[in-house]
Design a binder for this molecule. Structure first.
Ligand SMILES: C[S@@+](CC[C@H](N)C(=O)[O-])C[C@H]1O[C@@H](n2cnc3c(N)ncnc32)[C@H](O)[C@@H]1O
Length: 283
């Protein structure tokens, strides 16, 4: 089968989007996913039989609903290439809002005590948030120790592999939110699970770990725990920044205000939806 024909067949018989068919073919060929121009330049090349089989298998899985990043093993997050597989949630563009907010806070961290800022990403998954922050610190030459925690050993193994491949200094630990952690931080950032058990949207997310998605009857159990624990784990003037669901901003702001956070506020995602809320622990 020729390259052009392979792409057209996946689109017409399996209903794949053209871009997905192209990326899967590049992956089956062992080529970089940015090489779509190569496919166009070689559209009459014949595929080796093994590649064709691999491609058909991938295309069928995609048609059956497996997310593209789980098939290619690759996703871009905050301009950074990350490896992903079924052990972790696929990082979403919306979470870049949380990272951008964290990066805005970085210059003021540690100021009251003059010590090296301590930053922790709770529920790190693929390591996306922690690695984006660590990369920013390295690139801008700012001081800061980045820690990343998850309750899933499988997720931690993948996050650690991403850190090693990107050569970024992040200290990983296994744990359940902040339970039993003696340290205090200048910035606690988290994209915890926040979908309500039984939410109909879960049907479309069946390939991702349930542990990364749901959190109690209203989706807010993890956020309640983190907000409740954070005051004992923040240094004076430290920030807690949380991603949450499209309709949870007011509830999260109320929780933050109730335990004594100041400067409580929310940030919108690319679609203009309040997606993150946070506050500052009093100095
Ligand atoms: C929504 S995912 C976020 C993953 C990653 N931070 C991102 O933004 O792509 C939530 C993560 O929280 C982790 N998690 C769930 N329960 C936890 C707990 N009790 N303590 C720590 N991490 C937990 C899951 O394993 C998952 O990796």
């Amino acid at each position: 089968m020729q390259i052009q024909q392979a792409i057209n067949t996946a689109c017409s018989s399996l209903g794949l989007e053209r871009r997905d068919a192209q990326l899967l073919l590049l992956h089956a060929l062992g080529k970089s996913l940015v090489d779509r121009a190569w496919l166009i330049a070689h559209d009459t090349d014949s595929l080796p039989a093994q590649t064709e089989l691999r491609y058909i298998n991938l295309a069928r899985q995609r048609a059956a609903g497996t997310p593209l990043p789980y098939l290619t093993g690759h996703v871009e997050f905050h301009g950074m290439p990350l490896q992903v597989d079924g052990r972790v949630l696929i990082p979403r563009p919306d979470t870049e809002t949380l990272v951008d907010w964290a990066l805005e806070c970085v210059p003021s961290l540690g100021a009251p005590t003059g010590s090296v800022p301590q930053i922790i990403d709770l529920g790190t998954g693929s390591g996306a948030v922690a690695l984006a922050i660590a990369r920013f610190l390295v690139r801008t030459g700012q001081a800061g120790d980045v820690h990343a925690l998850d309750v899933s050993p499988d997720a931690l193994a993948l996050a650690q592999a991403n850190a090693e491949r990107l050569n970024l200094p992040v200290q990983f630990m296994l744990g359940a939110w902040l339970t039993g952690i003696p340290a205090r931080y200048d910035l606690i950032v988290s994209n915890p699970p926040y979908i309500a058990e039984g939410d109909p949207h879960l049907d479309a997310l069946g390939h991702e770990p349930r542990l990364a998605l749901t959190s109690g009857p209203d989706g807010l159990d993890a956020i309640r725990t983190i907000v409740g624990q954070a005051p004992d784990h923040l240094r004076p003037g430290g920030w807690l920044l949380l991603e949450h669901g499209w309709d949870q901003a007011m509830a999260v702001r109320d929780m933050l205000a109730q335990v004594g956070f100041t400067q409580v506020q929310s940030r919108c995602d690319l679609a203009g939806i309040e997606r993150c809320s946070g506050g500052r622990w009093p100095v």
